[in-house]
Design a protein around this ligand. Structure first.
Ligand code: SF4
Ligand code: SF4
Ligand code: SF4
Ligand code: FES
Length: 897
């Protein structure tokens, strides 16, 4: 139908006037008449319509009378036009709609008492609204239920053939996993090819199905809608920060639903640029860990080789005494702390306050150290911004998107949906540069496969091609001519031919990408794990900023250099000062005025400048015996870092290891004390998503067992250490943050920020720029034939999702190395073959499986699983500026055994 927003950043639709029920209404020319009617506040029935995708026009409910036409028209598929005279009410329309409902009901099973949609069904609502009482002629279809999918069941007896499921999947998600098929005399929805559904399992089809034809396997027959408590909260799997409804019944989490729903079908089509309200598989089906059997329910205290359950009071006294003792004997410098970015802003703030004001230590870090801090430091250094400059709307409206080192559908699926909308609706040119055949590459206008580890060289080539082709923005570069000359000189010696052979990207491709990026009015760079979690991440972000600068894309509306955050609150962790280099508000830890301000509010003196240790340094000092006590909240370094980091040795050397977590983790098993913490579902607070929106986390259920929110445990610990903290709730902590960081709580709105490159370009740029184009790592490191990559799968997030049975059911650990089918054939490997995988760090045996997303010459193992311990084959390089450890890629040989 092509009814997607009539207005986009380049085309302003004409404003027209039409008459609806006697009133003159203005509207954008060409939008769905249904949208225009609903914007006037009039809601007419519509069972196959949803504003997020194109109208289908099958249900026959949205009928209106248009002057000049004899029969009613379907308002969803009709386009608004100037001068239309429309009537939406009247006996004739009521009867026509009633007839449509009767038609649907005449082939409906009417099994409402056992249907999951009972009480939440549009067909029920419509039957009631139109007084359909005579169902004497209703026929049964007797179609067997399709239960082949791991998460969704399809009951086609209940289907009203509205195609909403098919359309959301094809149109919004661009996955296109469903189709209609004539079977048994009826049009039925089946997975494409009529095989078991194999898709991204986002569940958006379930969300828009207006009846009970698609059901959620995990909650089927467990509830009636009116029995459930619905809590609006923020997903805690990734930095997209999707809003979701956690639905609970008594103490049980029953299901997760989304703002995207058939119930929520009216909206302005251009609003979808900000998001369509759906969820991904993790958000929708990864909830079972919340009240799962493996949750910790009591504090555990080490007695010899065992961890023994103890009452909170006893455990807390012991923990506080032991910390106090370490502090008394060795000073605050002997204590360190690590915290996960799955904690709320309020908890992250409290954690750094506890470490600094309570323990007197500046040895603290969060999971933002695993990559996000590379972006934050580079962006702060070059443009004064410690976060991404663009929001989802900018991304959707972009004309050119350069996606480098990002398997975005796997890491941040809903940000990926924004890029899909940019492609589909706004016709954006999308360039993907990755060493895997990513999902987005399949949709991109310019998909490029590059050799593993050559992302930095690719950026070199793009900057070089931009300058060689004179694609620079004169206005911007003239302002800083000397800096521009320095950049020119830095890339002068580079050869596109050589870069081409190193990266696998042709010289023409370099030139074409550079031209497209420079010439587009709105160009966005999005770099992710392949940049920020890899060697030279910091320098590579700086080079991307160079590219944006010389093409005039820094600070221009809708343009910028961005990243994504993999954990939900990595941005919050940095903003709350959980890093030795930052105080809250990303103030430098050595900034005297800010230190004074915080010291006054906290009524404590801050640790000395220059003493702080980040993650890698903390582990080193644990091994050397300088750090005696470690407080670990939600982090699991033993399961995350490769063996060469000697985490076990570091933990074994400690006098005190306290782990606070909802689960007994590998690190927890080594601890002296394990304190049971609540998940995000059992507490209040906020997360800061990748756009900088501060989003509410709301308590949906009582804490499991005796677990407590992290902020509560920290407050008790601080009090036991004599701090006299008086926080009664997360709100009290928020109030303190509000005072210290006015304006931080922008609840729900992305804060508009503008990069300011001038300072760097006039101070320090010239001295630094040459060095970043001199290093040529990548291909030179190659001394074994295969690149082994570790990374994220769509169905998982860190280790947390492995506690969610639903996600494990969809994506279990196969324990196998994923390889390109051609490589497997070349090595004579069948699907069930075993191989020996050898790197500089060691060797292990495992099975292999073909995977079409794996490029030839590479192999992949999901980072969520440690069985077998593939991560231990990785080498670690630590960024000299940011301290970010890179350990997701190495070179290996693969031999058949
Ligand atoms: S779960 Fe998502 S990807 Fe799968 S069929 Fe439904 S909408 Fe499509
Ligand atoms: S399964 Fe549901 S959403 Fe899909 S066509 Fe049938 S009724 Fe509509
Ligand atoms: S995209 Fe991220 S935040 Fe959204 S539902 Fe999925 S995991 Fe949760
Ligand atoms: S909503 Fe228009 S035909 Fe169904």
């Amino acid at each position: 139908m092509g009814l997607k927003p009539a207005t986009n950043p380049d085309v302003e639709a004409a404003i027209i006037e039409l008459n609806i029920d006697g009133k003159t209404v203005t509207a954008k020319d060409g939008v769905s008449l249904y949208d225009v009617i609903s914007i006037t506040g009039k809601i007419i029935p519509a069972m196959c319509y949803h504003y997020t995708f194109d109208p289908f026009g099958s249900c026959g409910m949205c009928l209106v009378m248009q002057e000049g036409k004899k029969a009613p028209v379907r308002s969803c598929t009709a386009k608004a036009a100037a001068g239309m005279i429309i009537r939406t009410e009247g006996e004739d329309l009521f009867l026509a709609r009633k007839k449509a409902v009767e038609k649907h009901l005449s082939v409906h099973p009417l099994d409402c008492p056992v249907c999951d949609a009972d009480g939440h069904c549009e067909l029920q609502d419509m039957a009631f609204l139109h007084g359909v009482t005579n169902l004497a002629n209703a026929k049964q279809k007797f179609i067997p239920e399709d239960t082949r999918s791991p998460v969704l069941d399809f009951n086609m007896n209940r289907c009203i053939a509205c195609a909403e499921c098919i359309n959301v999947c094809k149109d919004v998600l661009m996955i296109d996993a469903l189709q209609f098929m004539k079977k048994g005399g009826f049009n039925q929805v089946v997975p494409k090819g009529d095989v078991a559904l194999d898709c991204e399992f986002c569940g958006d089809c379930l969300a828009v199905c207006p009846v009970g034809a698609i059901t959620n396997k995990f909650s089927k027959y467990l509830y009636k809608p009116w029995q459930m408590k619905k809590t609006v909260t923020t997903c805690n799997y990734c930095g997209d920060g999707c809003q979701m409804y956690l639905e609970t019944k008594d103490a049980e989490v029953i299901r997760v639903t989304s703002p995207l729903s058939w119930k929520n079908k009216w909206g302005d089509r251009s609003e979808t640029a900000k998001g369509h309200g759906g969820l991904c598989v993790r958000g929708r089906f990864g909830f079972e860990y919340l009240d799962g059997k493996t949750r910790l329910k009591q504090p555990l205290v080490r007695e010899g080789n065992q961890l023994v359950a103890k009452p909170w009071l006893e455990a807390m006294h012991l923990v506080a005494d032991r910390f106090a003792e370490v502090k008394r004997r060795h000073g605050g410098d002997a204590i360190a702390g690590l915290i996960t970015a799955r904690c709320t802003n309020e908890e992250l703030y409290l954690f750094q306050k506890l470490m600094r004001a309570g323990f007197g230590s500046n040895h603290l870090d969060s999971s933002a150290r695993y990559g996000h801090l590379n972006f934050v430091h580079a962006s702060r250094h070059a443009v004064g911004l410690g976060r991404t400059p663009n929001d989802w709307e900018d991304l959707t409206n972009a004309k050119a998107i350069l996606l480098i080192g990002s398997n975005i559908t796997e890491t941040n699926p809903l940000t990926a949906v924004r890029i899909k909308e940019a492609i589909r609706v706004y016709k954006a040119q999308v360039v993907t540069l990755d060493s895997a055949v990513t999902n987005m590459a399949k949709l991109a206008s310019h998909p490029f496969l590059i050799k593993p580890g050559t992302e930095g060289l690719v950026i070199d080539g793009l900057v070089k091609a931009t300058i060689d082709q004179d694609l620079v923005d004169e206005e911007t570069t003239h302002k800083h001519l000397q800096s521009f000359e320095a950049l020119k000189a830095a890339v002068e010696g580079l050869s596109l031919e050589q870069l081409s052979s190193q990266t696998g990207l042709s010289t023409d491709a370099f030139k074409e990408i550079a031209a497209m990026f420079a010439e587009s009015p709105r160009s966005i760079i999005l770099c992710a794990e392949g940049i920020v979690r890899r060697t030279n991440g910091y320098q590579n972000v700086l080079k991307l900023i160079d590219l944006a600068w010389v093409t005039g894309k820094l600070g221009r509306p809708g343009c910028g250099v961005n990243t994504v955050t993999e954990e939900p609150n990595e941005q919050g962790a940095v903003d709350m000062g959980v890093a030795p280099e930052f105080l809250p508000g990303q103030a430098r830890f050595d900034d005297a005025a800010t230190r004074d301000r915080f010291a006054k509010v906290w009524e404590a003196s801050l640790p000395a400048v220059g003493t702080g240790a980040h993650l890698i340094e903390i582990l080193k000092r644990c091994r050397s015996g300088q750090i005696k006590a470690l407080y670990v909240l939600g982090e699991n370094p033993l399961a995350t870092l490769p063996a060469s980091m000697e985490v076990r040795a570091a933990l074994e050397r400690l006098e005190l290891l306290v782990v606070q977590d909802p689960f007994l983790t590998e690190t927890g098993r080594q601890a002296h004390f394990v304190l049971p913490a609540c998940t995000y579902a059992e507490k209040d607070g906020t997360y800061t998503n990748l756009e900088g929106r501060v989003l509410r986390v709301r308590q949906a259920m009582d804490p499991i067992g005796e677990s407590l929110p992290d902020w509560h445990i920290m407050t008790a610990l601080a009090d036991a250490m004599g701090c006299r903290w008086e926080y009664q709730s997360a709100n009290d902590i928020q109030a303190e943050i509000m005072k210290l960081l006015p304006g931080y709580y922008n609840l729900g709105q992305p804060r508009k920020v503008t990069p300011t490159p001038d300072h760097y370009l006039t101070n320090g740029y010239i001295a630094e720029v040459t060095a970043r184009y001199r290093s040529m790592p990548g291909s030179g490191e190659r001394n074994r034939p295969f690149a082994l990559l570790m990374g994220q799968l769509l169905m998982h997030s860190g280790k947390m999702s492995t506690e969610a049975p639903g996600l494990i059911k969809i994506a279990p650990n196969t324990g196998k190395l994923r390889m390109n089918a051609e490589d497997m054939e070349r090595l004579g490997l069948q699907d069930d073959a075993k191989v020996r995988l050898t790197s500089e760090r060691g060797s292990l045996q495992l099975g292999v499986q073909p995977d079409q997303s794996i490029a030839p010459g590479t192999c992949f193992f999901p980072e969520h699983f440690n069985e077998p311990p593939v991560k231990d084959l990785m080498t670690v390089s630590v960024d000299a500026v940011t301290g970010v450890p890179a350990f997701k890629q190495t070179w290996v040989s693969i031999e058949r055994v």
